[in-house]
Design a protein around this ligand. Structure first.
Ligand SMILES: [Zn+2]
Length: 343
């Protein structure tokens, strides 16, 4: 999907299948579906008829900690146009196995880690950039019992619009009491005007979103850019997984011997990339490294038997990885309605 075809689609005012495109730094994400009448992705005041039908939060205990998956919304993505190391036919076949068409309603998940001492959040969703598809983090956070002011650490897996744009609303910090943690290589890459100057107008959007979301925190001296793996907060450590972006990072949380890893964009589409981890997506800055990191993460999760929390696996995006005849399989957690509290 190129910008020209988006503009053509917008011009045609088609009632159905009108594509909105969203930049995530390196490529366009094709958005179609119930909000087809939206004039353009820049329309931030768009009203949606796609109200959430389920609670946007899901909590469970991890040792002494409380983890809460918080939904930022869902966005329609046409995966038949985005995947590499494959064919559109294979993509359609893999999706059909899961009773899905090429356009998949894709979750945008964030995760609160309440240690009793700190309240951290992994990623911040899309903020204003996807209209009403995204930007539901704050309302769902409040419904889960947390105020944005309580968050004292934002842990960015990487600086792509659907992970970092929720840092701000109307240019103001959504998490005024938080330190924003991100890998130095991502901060240096996305906030360097020289890099932005090198790319075409289409790709510039990803850099602009990075600037808009992170700059208020930089000005307030609230960004902590790390450059090697280590423990950021008690029980929360970084695992460098560079590839999808130059500083993509996994966060590992451990309490009382129980472990979860928040894997960000090590995968985008459950129904394709567990079966074939070598299939990459246009959004990867370094595709071979992204594929290598995905495979290593899946193998490690199987060996370690720990939980995974993923940004784009259907909400709540919490589960385990299992091997399945040479491929991998996603095992979602068993649903729990019991109240989880911090010990
Ligand atoms: Zn990404």
């Amino acid at each position: 999907m190129m910008l020209a075809s988006l503009q053509a689609a917008l011009k045609s005012h088609k009632k159905t299948n009108l594509a909105r495109s969203l930049l995530m730094g390196t490529a366009l994400l094709t958005v179609t579906g119930p909000l087809a009448t939206l004039p353009a992705f820049a329309d931030q005041g768009a009203t949606a008829d796609a109200k959430q039908t389920n609670p946007g939060h899901y909590s469970f205990r991890l040792g002494d900690f409380k983890i809460t998956a918080v939904s930022d919304g869902t966005v329609m993505v046409d995966f038949s146009k985005l995947m590499n190391n494959t064919t559109p036919e294979e993509v359609k076949r893999l999706l059909a196995r899961h009773y899905l068409g090429p356009q998949v309603e894709t979750s945008i998940n964030t995760f609160v880690i309440d240690t009793g001492e700190h309240v951290a959040i992994v990623d911040t969703g899309a903020g204003e950039i996807f209209g009403d598809f995204g930007g539901h983090l704050v309302e769902n956070l409040k419904a889960a019992g947390y105020q944005p002011e309580q968050i004292d650490a934002v842990l960015l897996t990487h600086i792509h619009g659907d992970h970092s744009s929720g840092l701000v609303r109307s240019g103001k910090m959504v998490f005024p009491n938080a330190t924003v943690y991100a890998d130095k290589q991502d901060v240096d890459f996305w906030l360097n005007p020289e890099n932005k100057a090198k790319v075409n107008d289409t790709l510039k959007k990803g850099f602009e979103w990075a600037e808009q979301s992170v700059t208020p925190y930089l000005k307030a001296e609230k960004v902590e850019a790390f450059s090697k793996d280590g423990e950021l907060l008690p029980g929360i450590s970084t695992v460098a997984t560079h590839g999808h972006t130059p500083g993509h990072t996994v966060y590992e949380v451990e309490s009382q011997g129980q472990r979860i890893r928040f894997i960000g964009d090590l995968l985008h589409i459950r129904d394709i990339q567990f079966a074939r981890p070598e299939i990459t997506i246009d959004f990867d800055v370094n595709s071979p490294e992204a594929a290598r990191q995905r495979l290593a993460a899946f193998n490690d999760a199987v060996e370690g038997g720990y939980l995974i929390g993923a940004a784009h696996i259907p909400f709540p995006g919490i589960g385990h990885v299992q091997r399945d005849n040479g491929a991998f399989e996603w095992i979602p957690v068993n649903y729990s309605a019991q109240v989880a509290e911090v010990k």
